[in-house]
Design a protein around this ligand. Structure first.
Ligand SMILES: [Zn+2]
Length: 198
């Protein structure tokens, strides 16, 4: 099918998004064509602003408009505990339940030999540096309950425990293979309160 070039380009762009195939991309592109111009401009600006105005916190790796992020900069938070997550969306999920008042660290992925992701590809060196320079007593590992998430938790536990720091893992009421990001609030609430030592 030959589309006019502007729409062909838009389809190509939509296809770069996860889970979007050619057919869905074409449907979305034609939907945009029918949108009010004002809405399209708002949409385009939101895309640009997401990239231009956000950065990763140099301490924890969270996405933020300011560096350090508002959580790292918050003097009220318990600075002796760090909760380690796979991605910034997990922080948003944890913050929603308001049961955790410590700090975070974002790995930006998990160890995956299949995909060639090793420790050096993740935000692990900066975590080790934090543990050496900050006064941290407990690291709560909150990677997802997948095979990679578990392997990453074990790897981190072996790395951190010799330093005399307590390492805990969320107690999962979560089904194996499930993502923190999509867990309901009650499940997360139980997971953090019932965490177990690794
Ligand atoms: Zn931060």
């Amino acid at each position: 099918m030959h589309y006019p070039e502007p729409i062909a380009k838009l389809i190509e762009s939509f296809m770069k998004l996860p889970g979007i195939g050619q057919k869905t991309a074409a449907r979305l592109a034609f939907f945009c064509l029918d949108m009010e111009e004002e809405e399209v401009v708002k949409f385009a600006n939101a895309l640009i602003s997401t990239k231009r105005d956000l950065q990763y916190c140099s301490i924890c790796g969270n996405i933020t408009e300011t560096d350090p992020c508002s959580i790292c900069a918050d003097a009220q938070r318990d600075r002796s505990t760090v909760l380690v997550v796979e991605n910034p969306r997990d922080i948003m999920a944890m913050e929603k339940i308001r049961d955790y008042h410590g700090l975070y660290h974002v790995l930006h992925g998990v160890l995956s030999p299949m995909e060639g992701t090793g420790p050096e590809d993740l935000n692990i060196p900066s975590l080790i540096k934090r543990l050496q320079s900050e006064d941290i007593n407990e690291v709560i590992i909150a990677t997802n309950a997948t095979a990679e998430g578990e392997a990453t938790a074990m790897y981190l536990s072996r790395l951190i425990k010799p330093a005399g720091i307590k390492v805990t893992r969320l107690a999962y009421g979560l089904a194996v293979g499930s993502d923190i990001e999509y867990a309901d609030e009650m499940t997360l609430f139980r997971a953090i309160d019932g965490r177990r030592e690794l």
